[in-house]
Unconditional design. Structure first.
Length: 672
């Protein structure tokens, strides 16, 4: 008989976004499917469609019907214009049931005709109860040294079409390599994104013995738990990836291929309930209009088309509603990152929800205020894991965003590498040159601070050095710039050196709280958002200490509406969870309160440039999308792409809607 019991080893290796590898011993069955009846009759411990110590059941494989594996495989391949002859020999490598249990992540088929390979099939199962088949016809792609078309190893390529690991999206192409299973079990599956290999799995034989009762009995005594360890091992490795290495996971998308032959068509009861809850909430929205298209193609409109913005949202998976029902705006953003919904214009979708957002303000009702605070605190506990913004925590929080890659930012920022709002002649004109807008913004801040050649200027949060380089060149002043980002420090120091400005500009990798000198002028561009409510007083008190008497400080900072501030600071949102850990916007009222209560600083001027930021973000997003083919070469995946598109689009919408603003604030210190 051809059927055997094989002791082997499975090895997995991930190469991106973080390296991870494991290897486990196991045993598997090599079955000639035409021998199943004979095995059932001649083996006491092996059953075919019967309960035995080890058993093979046709219903576990391929289509969900009671037909034999040969019948089902013939029908399945015929639909792919692949003919399976009755005389073809089919070998199947799989984990048969042991004590009536098995879970097969993947089973492999070899089809031989007249001793020649006719094709292979990979039957893949995920932990959601779904099954997908990859038919691999023919003898594969011959090796370069092949002398005949049937020479092993047989190589095949197939686009990825099935969700297996929650840590990978549906993009990429599988490369399969099969050795001749009649002689030796050796199967390798690799996942490529372009030319980059991101994953490799290998199933390699160690020993094989004929499938006898003695072999089954020996395996039962020496490896009694192996068949039951597959699922625990999957969960263990998933835990190490997510909790140990911080790799995000993707929600399961709806099947995208006819070859996903088993899946659940009926949404879970939790999804149905969540859908009802979200749609009920949408029915109460009155401003603007949202066209919601469901996975089945049906659509419904919410709101009033005669007021506000019009938006379109296409739901790719009903699990989106569960995310939104449980997590609100965080769930909406995470759903987009995971591909659960799409829209021709994400900005319009966010604007629709902002237009209909219930304004959270403090009331005279103590119970209502307490409930809002408790709700926000619970959300912070569940979703916000960033360190506090003390000296150690600030460095970690800054590194999490700004140290992603200088090359990443270079691809979508303007040539000055400025990561803050520009100032346009007409903020509504998205065709205006972004570089000129950034240079204009820098001059405007320098003018407000009245910077001259005699000044020694401190820039708190100097970024990649754009303001320091431009201002030192144009004004001839000395500038000390500080940053907590190693990537920014490396770039900025080289930039200043290349510009021959070493004698004027000193870039330092340090926390502003460790400075002790006094400076004539201080500039801080969109750094205040990283301070946090608890440290606001410390920031402005240090600003006062570092600013010379009669000195001026020009601050550019993003703010939230005064009425929203208390609710905002007690809660958490998608941006703070996924983009800026430790970030927290101030309100103008909060700035005025802190400066007046804890310092002698006075607010001299305030200018709002929020609409200019909407334009800036629009241009960044367009650059990001245009440059994505280059950005992906840096190792960023589609989850990252969608996350950043949502980040840039949602911020643009918030500025357009006036939910947040960007302010130029001029502070002065009295002469004595």
């Amino acid at each position: 008989m051809n059927s055997s019991l094989i002791t082997c080893r499975v090895q997995h290796e991930r190469f991106a976004p973080k390296k991870h590898a494991f290897s486990y011993p196991l045993y598997t069955y090599l079955l000639d499917i035409d021998e199943l009846q004979e095995l059932n009759q001649k083996r006491i411990l092996f059953g075919y469609n019967k309960l035995r110590l080890a058993s093979f059941h046709d219903k576990d494989y391929l289509q969900d019907n009671p037909a034999s594996v040969r019948q089902k495989l013939t029908e399945l391949l015929n639909k792919q214009d692949i003919e399976l002859a009755e005389s073809d020999i089919i070998y199947l490598v799989t984990s048969a049931r042991f004590v009536n249990y098995s879970f097969n992540p993947v089973s492999f088929y070899w089809i031989f005709r007249d001793n020649c390979l006719q094709g292979c099939v990979a039957e893949v199962n995920n932990t959601f109860g779904e099954k997908h088949v990859y038919p691999l016809p023919g003898s594969g792609i011959p090796a370069s040294d092949s002398s005949t078309e049937n020479t092993f190893p047989a190589r095949y390529q197939h686009p990825k079409q099935f969700h297996v690991s929650p840590f990978m999206d549906l993009t990429g192409e599988y490369h399969f390599t099969f050795e001749d299973v009649r002689e030796h079990l050796d199967v390798t599956v690799e996942l490529f994104h372009g030319t980059d290999r991101t994953f490799k799995a290998n199933l390699l034989e160690e020993t094989r013995v004929p499938l006898t009762d003695m072999a089954l009995l020996k395996t039962a005594f020496t490896k009694p738990l192996t068949a039951h360890l597959t699922m625990p091992r999957i969960l263990w490795e998933a835990g190490k990836l997510h909790y140990g290495k911080g790799i995000h996971f993707y929600s399961k998308p709806e099947p995208v291929s006819d070859m996903t032959i088993r899946h659940k068509d009926t949404p879970k009861i939790t999804d149905r309930l969540a859908t009802k809850l979200v749609q009920t909430a949408l029915q109460r929205m009155q401003l603007g209009q949202l066209t919601l298209t469901m996975p089945d193609g049906s659509s419904k409109r919410y709101g009033d088309e005669h007021t506000g913005s019009k938006a379109e949202l296409t739901v790719n998976s009903p699990s989106l509603f569960r995310k939104i029902a449980c997590r609100g705006d965080i769930g909406l953003g995470e759903g987009y990152s995971e591909g659960l919904w799409d829209s021709p214009d994400v900005v319009d979708v966010i604007r629709f929800f902002l237009e209909n957002r219930k304004i959270h303000t403090r009331t005279h009702n103590a119970l209502t205020n307490t409930a809002a605070i408790l709700s926000g605190a619970i959300q912070r506990h569940l979703h916000l894991k960033a360190p506090q913004n003390d000296e150690a925590g600030s460095k970690a929080n800054i590194a999490a965003h700004y140290d992603l890659s200088n090359e990443l930012f270079r691809h979508f920022l303007d040539p000055t590498m400025t990561y803050s709002s520009g100032v346009f002649i007409n903020p509504a004109d998205v065709t205006e040159d972004l570089e000129e807008a950034q240079l204009r913004k820098n001059r405007l801040l320098a003018d407000k601070a009245q910077i001259t050649a005699d000044d020694h200027v401190l820039e708190i949060g100097c970024g990649w050095g754009g303001f320091a380089e431009q201002t030192a060149k144009e004004r001839g002043c000395r500038i000390t710039g500080v940053t907590l980002s190693q990537e920014q420090y490396t770039y900025a120091t080289q930039r200043i050196k290349d510009a021959d400005l070493d004698h004027l500009v000193d870039i330092q990798l340090r926390d502003y709280r460790t400075l002790s000198s006094q400076y004539d002028k201080i500039v801080s561009i969109e750094m205040l958002e990283a301070v946090g409510h608890k440290f606001h007083a410390e920031y402005f008190q240090k600003l006062e200490d570092l600013l010379a008497p009669s000195g001026l400080a020009a601050i550019q900072t993003i703010t939230i509406q005064d009425a929203h501030y208390d609710h905002y600071r007690w809660g958490v949102d998608w941006v703070r969870k996924h983009i800026f850990p430790g970030g927290e916007l101030l309100s103008l009222a909060r700035i005025c309160e802190i400066t007046s209560d804890t310092t002698s600083l006075s607010v001299q001027k305030v200018q709002a440039i929020g609409l200019h930021y909407a334009n800036t973000l629009n241009q960044w997003r367009k650059n990001f999308e245009q440059q994505w083919p280059q950005i992906t070469k840096l190792g960023f995946d589609d989850y990252f792409r969608r996350t950043w598109i949502y980040y840039l689009a949602s911020c643009e919408a918030a500025f357009l809607q006036g939910y947040i603003n960007d302010l130029h604030i001029l502070l002065s210190r009295p002469p004595t």
